[in-house]
Design a protein around this ligand. Structure first.
Ligand SMILES: Nc1ncnc2c1ncn2[C@@H]1O[C@H](COP(=O)(O)OP(=O)(O)OP(=O)(O)O)[C@@H](O)[C@H]1O
Length: 561
């Protein structure tokens, strides 16, 4: 697919809120022209025999201009920092919102470790680009042309030397910059890949240990680290090369002007100053302006790789915002006013759905679950049980057909409100690093301490809590058994009294008979007075539910409902 150019931050594209700040920072460089004039004038006067008293006024003016220059730069830098920070925050928010707006079933989403690395770490590279590259670029557009004109007023030959030396610098910078950008992109990709790899392996540490794959994983981590080191060195080499080339050309330019002015003052070189000979003060003035002509170019070169890194980071942020499978109603507040009843019915009509790039999973499927009914959804592996539960939860948009929960059509407008009245109980609930209670409460509004205590006791989680009082559960639930994880999911659902529809995905898979029996009891107790659909291969569980339905057959004839 053709990738569009990354969106440039407004600071670099047009008049943004920080345009004034950038101008103040860049314009400050021009104040060196009157400062140099004062300096040259004072030296000229001294050479003509003036006393130190005559120097007081120029010295004072020089000082005032210096203070003005420093304060204008400081004000601009502070203002630019504030605006750039808020702009970066906005970019991060947009990326996170785009991630949140994608369906959890979207396989094209970046691994969470990589996404986290881009948002938290790589995105920071945008800041130096805005803070240093932006003002440096404007200074290059402003200062050298003005200085060249001023020098030209006194000596066209000195101006010509400056103007001829200048293009060599951007030319070399551009050539080196292409390589720097490619190297920076490769570097960011490597760092992101390594972060993602590390996070995924840390999550699966117990599995790796069980499979005896810890050594192999350690070797891969070492190899990734080595690749990142080599790529960092590549970026640094290019950065050093670019500044060396630049220093060389600017030193040559200044030296040529100095040679010209020196020989001109000695009377060795006549032409180049519009027919009249330069005075000492004029020669000195030209000489003082020559380094200031190259200074912005040197500054730009020093921050050139900031642009490359910033653009690469912006591209990575853009990648996070690429369109994908949407999550219906992702960024909406749940509609509190939706009225679907305490234990809603589920009515699916003419459902058609295919995962992206795959054969249709459902073709004109009808499903109906009555108010308060408990249904077991069975079928061979891959028949679409989990996918169907996901569509009832509004986690993925249907291709065609309608899903109604409690009579309310599930669409982008109603999905958030309907989801707030459902609970999902899966085999692998995500466990956050935190206490058992924090993992049950999940900082949800209205979940009281009493409700959490009650849920922990009813779900049989008290044993883990007492075994590790006040201790944090590991990220991803390391060390928790399959049965304990399902109990945690049950306890979470118990703390959601408004969830009238329970969607349960294989709650007893991989559990021994006794544990499974305990989970089934807890589940049935939780489901009292609620509608429940359970995807399962467990015949013992299916037998305890009101109705068993094979996928591919209508759950109930609509007329019989
Ligand atoms: N996020 C996804 N993206 C693409 N295809 C998917 C996705 N999730 C599932 N599938 C595919 O859809 C089909 C149905 O999968 P699903 O998990 O819904 O079946 P299931 O009946 O729940 O299976 P099981 O009993 O093994 O859990 C499978 O072929 C699966 O590969």
């Amino acid at each position: 697919m053709h990738r569009s150019q990354p969106r440039r931050p407004a600071l670099l594209t047009g008049p943004g809120p920080a345009r004034g700040a950038t101008l103040a920072m860049s314009g400050a460089a021009l104040l060196w022209i009157p400062q140099a004039a004062l300096l040259a004038h004072a030296v000229g006067r001294l050479a003509q025999g003036a006393g130190l008293v005559d120097m007081l006024l120029p010295a004072l003016a020089f000082l005032v201009l210096g203070v003005l220059r420093a304060s204008s730069e400081a004000w601009g830098a502070r203002r630019l920092f504030a605006v750039s920070r808020s702009q970066l925050t906005a970019m991060r928010q947009a990326a996170v919102q785009a991630l949140a707006a994608r369906s959890p079933l979207d396989r094209a989403r970046l691994p969470s470790g990589q996404a986290a690395s881009i948002v938290a770490e790589q995105a920071e590279a945008v800041l130096p680009w805005l803070l240093r590259y932006g003002p440096a670029r404007m200074r290059v557009l402003l200062a050298p042309p003005v200085i060249a004109l001023v020098v030209c007023y006194f000596s066209w030959l000195a101006a010509l030397i400056l103007v001829l030396a200048a293009p060599l610098i951007p030319l070399f910078m551009a050539v080196i910059g292409w390589r720097a950008k490619a190297a920076s992109e490769a570097q960011l990709q490597l760092v992101g890949g390594m972060s993602g790899f590390l996070l995924d392996r840390l999550r699966g540490l117990s599995t790796l240990r069980a499979l005896g794959a810890v050594d192999a994983t350690a070797r891969r981590v070492r190899a990734s680290g080595e690749a990142v080191r080599a790529s960092t060195m590549r970026v640094l080499r290019i950065a050093f090369l670019s500044s060396t080339a630049l220093e060389l050309f600017s030193a040559l330019g200044v030296a040529l002007v100095a040679v010209y002015v020196g020989f001109h003052l000695l009377g060795e070189i006549g032409p180049g100053s519009w027919g009249s000979r330069l005075t000492l003060a004029e020669g000195l003035f030209v000489l003082l302006l020559a380094p200031a002509f190259f200074e912005p170019l040197r500054e730009l070169a020093a921050v050139w790789h900031d642009k490359a890194a910033g653009e690469a980071a912006l591209e990575a942020l853009d990648k996070l915002q690429a369109a994908g499978l949407p999550l219906p109603g992702a960024l909406q507040e749940p509609d509190e006013a939706l009225c679907i009843g305490r234990a809603p019915s589920v009515d699916i009509e003419g459902l058609r759905f295919a995962h992206p790039g795959e054969a249709p999973l459902f073709d004109n499927q009808d499903v109906y679950v009555r108010v308060g009914e408990h249904v077991a959804l069975v079928g061979p592996s891959g028949s679409g049980k989990t996918t169907l539960l996901s569509m009832i939860a509004g986690l993925v948009p249907v291709d065609s057909g309608t899903v109604r929960i409690g009579g309310v059509p599930l669409d982008a407008g109603s999905a958030a409100g309907l989801r707030a009245r459902m609970a999902w109980i899966g085999q692998k609930p995500h466990v956050f690093a935190g206490s058992v209670r924090a993992n049950v409460a999940l900082e949800r509004d209205g979940v009281t301490v009493d409700a959490v205590s009650h849920a922990v006791a009813r779900a049989g989680l008290g044993r883990i809590e007492h075994a590790t009082p006040g201790e944090s559960l590991g990220e991803g639930g390391l060390g928790l058994s399959g049965g304990e994880l399902v109990r945690l999911a049950l306890a979470r659902a118990m703390c959601a009294p408004h969830a009238g529809l329970l969607l349960v995905d294989e709650p007893t898979a991989h559990l021994d008979r006794d544990t499974a029996a305990g989970v089934i009891e807890a589940l049935l107790q939780l489901a009292q007075g609620r509608t429940m659909i359970v995807a399962t291969h467990d015949l013992a569980l299916a037998a305890r539910l009101g109705r068993v339905v094979r996928l591919g057959e209508p759950l109930i004839q609509r007329s019989a409902a």
